[in-house]
Write a protein of this length. Structure first.
Length: 411
């Protein structure tokens, strides 16, 4: 078998990944440090600033309280919050968010733009990159404001708020994948794959896999990235097969089919254990937040004067970070196992290990994947097994009967 990369290509890939590995090693400590700095030094001045900004705005915008539609909105906010002061709470949360954005702006620009361009992985123009970044910040700002109003507002008024909020959120989490097809449209144009042999072969493959789907869409990500991407979004009647335009450009039809077959493998994996576990984890997290808020109020941490004081928000970020940091290696290990199973499924479905291997090799070349990343990087949170390992699991193109590895696992 040919090696995936020439020595020069491999050297380039190692050079491209080295900064990423360094970031992976130091970023948890950096983020922890930044959060502790916010908690120890910035909470008080940010809160004072938010209060005076909110006061100034209230004076200036007093007329809005009697404006036709806004009057109702403002009254609803007052009721949701239980008292005046939600303006200062939202501003405080936005200050914290904005500070984090500013601190991370240099590293985000380096990793998101400079490094990607240096290794030919990005097609972003500076303008489009900046616009997408701003879009991301705006989406996050809205999400933070909603979280502040929902979580803190409810916690202030309802005793068992973590159940009241947790149960509907957990249910929402259970059905949220139905909304998947609409998510990425915020960033990229999608249009249906044109009629023709490729579409026909995908339709036939899905029929043999017994997977209903609504449409095959082509997502124009080439304006941003030169990577290959394919995924299924939604489920049942909303299931959409999304291929990016780079994939259609780079892969031969049988390789494209191998990629779709891998994605089809994910459809058949048992989803409920994971969904139920994450819903329960969410309720547990909210309960932990409740305990933390009570502790903090009882001890007056960061100048907090009452239960569910907005000044505890960075503490919630800290708690969430610790939980994710500790749980990611475990969830990534499960994810890698699902990826291996999806590979085995694809091989069984297409019966074409040769095309599958070529698909993996092209993906590795185009996406500049490190075939053998350091073990600790994989264990820390890689969602996919290293490409070298995935290739090794594809049955060799030897003459004679070919048995996909998965056949041995099936009783
Ligand atoms: Zn996969």
């Amino acid at each position: 078998m040919d090696p995936i990369f020439t020595p020069e290509q491999l050297a380039e890939i190692k050079a491209y990944h080295l900064p990423l590995y360094i970031r992976s090693a130091v970023s948890p400590a950096v983020y922890l440090g930044v959060l502790l700095f916010i908690l120890g030094v910035l909470v008080r001045p940010f809160y004072r600033g938010a209060e005076s900004c909110a006061g100034w705005l209230t004076q200036r915008l007093e007329f809005l309280r009697t404006a036709p539609v806004l009057r109702v909105v403002i009254q609803a906010m007052d009721r949701l919050w239980g008292e005046p002061g939600w303006g200062a709470a939202i501003l405080f949360a936005l200050f914290v968010d904005l500070f984090l954005e500013l601190v991370y702006a240099p590293s985000n620009t380096y990793f998101g733009y400079v490094l990607e361009h240096r290794y030919g992985m990005s097609a972003y123009t500076p303008l489009r990159y900046a616009l997408d970044e701003l879009k991301g910040i705006a989406v996050e700002g809205v999400a933070t404001s909603a979280l502040v109003l929902g979580l803190y507002g409810l916690a202030r008024r309802v005793k068992r708020w973590w159940l009241v909020l947790g149960i509907p959120s957990a249910l929402l989490l259970l059905v949220s994948s139905a909304l998947d097809p609409y998510r990425s449209r915020v960033f990229f144009d999608q249009k249906p794959l044109e009629q023709g042999p490729v579409r026909e072969r995908i339709t036939a493959l899905m029929a043999s896999a017994d997977i209903p789907f609504q449409d095959v869409l082509v997502e124009k990500t080439s304006v941003a990235s030169k990577r290959l991407q394919a995924y299924f979004a939604g489920q049942g009647p909303t299931r959409t097969i999304v291929l990016n335009d780079v994939l259609l450009q780079e892969l031969a039809p049988d390789e494209l089919l191998a990629a779709v077959a891998h994605e089809a493998g994910h459809v058949h994996e048992p989803k409920w254990p994971g969904r139920i576990a994450s819903s329960l984890a969410l309720v547990a997290l909210l309960f932990a937040i409740d305990r933390l808020l009570r502790h903090s109020a009882a001890r007056g941490w960061f100048g907090t004067t009452r239960f569910a004081d907005i000044r505890t928000l960075p503490l919630l970020w800290l708690l969430t970070f610790v939980i994710f940091f500790l749980s990611t290696p475990l969830s990534a290990a499960f994810s890698r196992e699902r990826e291996r199973e999806a590979d085995r499924y694809a091989l069984r479905l297409t019966q074409d290990p040769d095309a599958f291997r070529r698909m993996l090799v092209k993906a590795a070349r185009v996406n500049k994947m490190d075939p053998e990343p350091p073990r600790w990087v994989v264990l820390k949170g890689h969602s996919h097994p290293p490409i070298g390992e995935r290739l090794a699991a594809v049955p060799p193109p030897a003459p004679g009967p070919q048995t996909p590895p998965a056949a041995r696992d099936v009783p």
